[in-house]
Design a protein around this ligand. Structure first.
Ligand code: PMP
Length: 410
C-alpha cells in the first residue's frame, strides 16, 4: 500500500492551510473523499437521478437498480448473509436509535439489564438510557482497566440471565482500544442476550465479517469510510429485523394503507420510510469499492502502525499524557493525549496554524472524560492517506506548542 500514491485521489489533500501542507488527522470524526466517490455521486446526478421503487420509467429503474446494488455492495463488504439484512440510515447515531426504539423498547421489561462500557460514544449510550427509562430496565456498566481495555472475566461477571442487551463499540473513538466483540457476543448469547456493536470506528479500518463476529446488530457511518455524509448502515440478523418495528412511517415503507390501519413492507424496506438517501448509498458503494481495492487488512496495519509511531514519539515528550493503551501495546489507528495543563482547544489551535488538523474536546464521551478527570483531550486519528511525514508534522507541532505554552506544562 502506497499512501503517497493514494493521496493523489483525494483533491482536498492539496489544500494549503495557513500556508502549510494539510496534515489531516481528524479521520475518526470524518474522512476525506476520493475522486472516485465524488465522481460516482456526480455521475448518478448527471445520468440516473430519479426517485426509486416507484417510477415506471427508465431513470426510475436505473436509480432503483443502483440503490439496490449499493445494498448488495454493503452486504458483501461486511459479509452479511443477505442484502435484506442491510438497512440504509443516516449514520451510526440513527442506526443505534432505531435499534433502541424499534427493537429494545418492545423487548425490555422492568428488572432487565443493558450491559455496556462507560467509554461508549454518546450515541451508543443515550439511546439505551432512554430505552431503560421507558421500560424500567437498568444500565449496568463494565469496569475499564487503566489502559482502557475490558477484561472478559468482567464481562462474564456482568452479563447474567437478566441481561437482554450488550451494547459496545468494536473500536473506542477515544481510547483506540479494540474490544473483543466476538468473545463478548459468545458470552451474551450464552445468557440469551443480544449484542449491538457500534462499528463506527472499526468498519472503516479493518475487515468486517458479521457472521464470524456473530453480532446481532451492527451500526456504522459512511462518512468515516470515504463516503458522503448523510448515509449509514444498520445491519441486523434477518430474524431480528423481522421482529423489529419501524420507528418512522410514511411513503415507500408501506404495504397496504387504510384509514385506520396500515401494514409494512418486509425488512429492510419497512425501515426506509420516505425518499431514501439514494446518492449517499451510491457514494458509499463507491467508497467500499475503493477501500477493498486497497485492502482492509492493509489499511488496518497502516493506520495502527502510524498510531503506534505517534504514541511512541508523543510519549517521549515531557508533559504529554497518553490515554488508552501505553506505547508498545496494541491499539487501533488513533491516539488521544494531553499536553500538561494546556487546554486541548488551545493545543489544536496552535497545531492548526501549522496545517495540522486534530480533534479537541470530549469526543462525545463525557462519562469517560470524567473517569479520566479531564474536561477534554486532543486526538489524532489516522487513515489510509496519512504518512510518516504526517506523524512527524504532528510531533513537531506539539513540540512547538510546548515551547509556546511552556508555563502550562509540568
Ligand atoms: N460511535 C462512535 C464510536 C463514533 O466514533 C461516532 C462518530 N464520532 C459515532 C458513534 C456517531 O457517528 P455519526 O455521528 O456518524 O452518527
Amino acid at each position: 500500500m502506497n499512501a503517497e500514491e493514494l493521496r493523489k485521489d483525494f483533491p482536498i489533500l492539496s489544500e494549503r492551510i495557513n500556508g502549510h501542507r494539510l496534515v489531516y488527522l481528524d479521520n475518526a470524526a470524518t474522512s476525506q473523499k476520493p475522486r472516485q466517490v465524488i465522481d460516482a455521486i456526480r455521475r448518478y446526478y448527471e445520468h440516473d437521478n430519479s426517485n426509486v421503487h416507484r417510477g415506471v420509467h427508465t431513470l426510475g429503474s436505473r436509480a432503483t437498480e443502483a440503490y439496490e446494488a449499493a445494498r448488495e455492495r454493503v452486504a458483501r463488504f461486511i459479509r452479511a448473509k443477505s442484502p435484506q439484512e442491510i438497512v440504509f440510515t443516516r449514520g451510526t447515531t440513527e442506526s443505534l436509535n432505531m435499534i433502541a426504539h424499534g427493537y429494545a423498547r418492545a423487548k425490555l421489561r422492568e428488572g432487565d439489564e443493558i450491559v455496556l462500557p462507560p467509554s461508549e460514544h454518546h450515541s451508543n449510550l443515550i439511546p439505551w438510557q432512554q430505552a431503560a427509562r421507558a421500560t424500567g430496565a437498568t444500565l449496568r456498566y463494565l469496569p475499564l482497566q487503566p489502559d482502557g481495555t475490558i477484561r472478559l472475566e468482567d464481562v462474564e461477571a456482568a452479563v447474567t440471565d437478566r441481561t437482554k442487551i450488550v451494547a459496545i463499540a468494536h473500536v473506542s473513538n477515544v481510547l483506540g482500544t479494540v474490544n473483543p466483540v466476538r468473545e463478548i457476543a459468545e458470552i451474551a448469547h450464552r445468557h440469551g442476550a443480544i449484542i449491538v456493536v457500534d462499528g463506527a470506528q472499526s468498519v472503516p479500518h479493518m475487515p468486517t465479517d458479521v457472521v464470524e463476529m456473530d453480532c446481532d446488530f451492527l451500526a456504522f457511518s459512511g462518512h468515516k469510510m470515504l463516503g458522503p455524509t448523510g448515509i449509514g448502515v444498520l445491519y441486523g440478523k434477518a430474524e431480528l429485523l423481522a421482529e423489529m418495528e419501524p420507528t418512522y412511517f410514511g411513503g415507500e415503507m408501506i404495504d397496504v394503507v387504510d384509514l385506520y390501519e396500515s401494514t409494512w413492507k418486509e425488512a429492510p424496506w419497512k425501515f426506509e420510510g420516505g425518499t431514501p438517501i439514494i446518492a449517499g448509498a451510491i457514494g458509499l458503494a463507491a467508497a467500499m469499492d475503493y477501500l477493498e481495492k486497497v485492502g482492509l487488512a492493509e489499511i488496518e496495519r497502516h493506520d495502527a502502525a502510524l498510531a503506534a509511531k505517534a504514541v511512541e514519539r508523543l510519549a517521549e515528550i515531557d508533559g504529554v499524557t497518553i490515554f488508552g493503551p501505553p506505547p508498545g501495546q496494541s491499539r487501533a489507528g488513533l491516539v488521544t493525549f494531553n499536553l500538561g495543563r494546556v487546554h486541548p482547544h488551545d493545543l489544536a489551535t496552535v497545531l492548526d496554524a501549522r496545517g495540522v488538523a486534530i480533534r479537541a474536546g470530549h469526543h462525545c464521551a463525557q462519562p469517560l472524560m470524567r473517569l479520566f478527570n479531564v474536561p477534554a483531550t486532543a486526538r489524532a486519528s489516522f487513515y489510509l492517506y496519512n504518512t510518516e511525514e504526517d506523524v512527524d508534522a504532528l510531533v513537531d507541532a506539539v513540540l512547538e506548542a510546548k515551547e509556546f505554552f511552556g508555563h502550562a506544562i509540568g
